[in-house]
Design a protein around this ligand. Structure first.
Ligand SMILES: [Zn+2]
Length: 273
């Protein structure tokens, strides 16, 4: 069994502020080590349950957070950016299941640590067709393009709740109870990493038994709509050929989910420029 572990940082053990997840900040060094440890716990659990190939994709910021020298040697690491598939680098038909580690809720969600959708400076909301979603939905839809289900998530209770609500009944490791955007009651690493280990093992056991959600597949054609915070962001995003604009919302429609994902990334990159 081959598992792709897609890693973000806001839902990592102990993280509650932007300082924890921002390169260059003094606190960041502590949390990239904890991020690596959360990933290692998931690798141990997956391998214990029979996974024999693990690919990790570092999906936070510039994709250069996980400490490769401290990563479990049974895994390979996709790091750096931009890569062709960004957060989902490493996905293809050979993957049997995807795990979301360190995930966060979509922008605007109460009781959710560092809630945002892809870019906290630019994106207010994202819809995939008419489905309001977050990074979890966009990334799951790319996995769905290749016929691969998401089988596990870790993060705060709100992120895990949104993921299960949209993607189906999967194993979750709730490593903190969020009480605000910048506040949470956190498990300590020793406890949370044991939880991630057992959750990952259960997820892979369920995958082997066929007891996991269906791949997340939305209906073609694939339209992504981004609501930006300000009109100048929409001005720049709508420079993308083929995009359609309505006020601060810009959308693009394509015939396959991977192209729509690329269109989404292009719009957000333009909006930020
Ligand atoms: Zn994120």
């Amino acid at each position: 069994m081959k598992i792709l572990m897609q890693i973000d940082m806001e839902g990592i053990t102990g993280v509650t502020t932007w300082e924890h997840v921002t390169p260059g900040h003094a606190e960041y060094a502590r949390f990239r080590r904890l991020m690596t440890q959360d990933v290692n716990a998931a690798i141990r659990g997956a391998c214990e349950a029979g996974a024999d190939e693990i690919v990790v994709a570092d999906g936070h910021w510039n994709g250069s957070n996980i400490l490769v020298e401290e990563l479990d040697p049974r895994a390979r690491l996709n790091t750096g950016s931009p890569s062709p598939l960004s957060m989902m680098q490493g996905i293809d038909e050979s993957v049997d299941g995807v795990m979301f580690i360190g995930y966060h809720a979509r922008n605007g969600t109460p009781n959710a640590v560092l809630d945002h959708t892809w870019s906290r400076m630019t994106v207010a909301n994202v819809w995939l067709n008419d489905i309001l979603t977050g990074e979890y939905g966009l990334n799951a839809a790319v996995a769905g393009h290749f016929g691969v289900p998401v089988i596990m998530a870790s993060g705060d209770q709100t992120a895990c709740g949104q993921i299960v609500e949209q993607l189906g009944d999967m194993e979750t490791a709730i490593v903190k109870q969020a009480t605000g955007r910048y506040a949470a009651e956190c498990l300590t690493p020793e406890v949370s990493q044991e939880l991630i280990f057992t959750t990952a093992a259960r997820a892979v056991n369920r995958l082997a038994e066929g007891d996991v959600p269906d791949p997340f597949v939305v209906d073609a054609p694939f339209r992504v709509t981004v609501e930006f915070f300000t009109s100048d962001m929409a001005d720049r995003a709508s420079l993308l050929p083929g995009s359609q604009r309505e006020d601060t919302r810009v959308s693009i429609t394509t015939k396959d989910m991977v192209s729509t994902y690329r269109g989404f990334r292009a719009m957000v990159t333009l909006a930020l420029s």
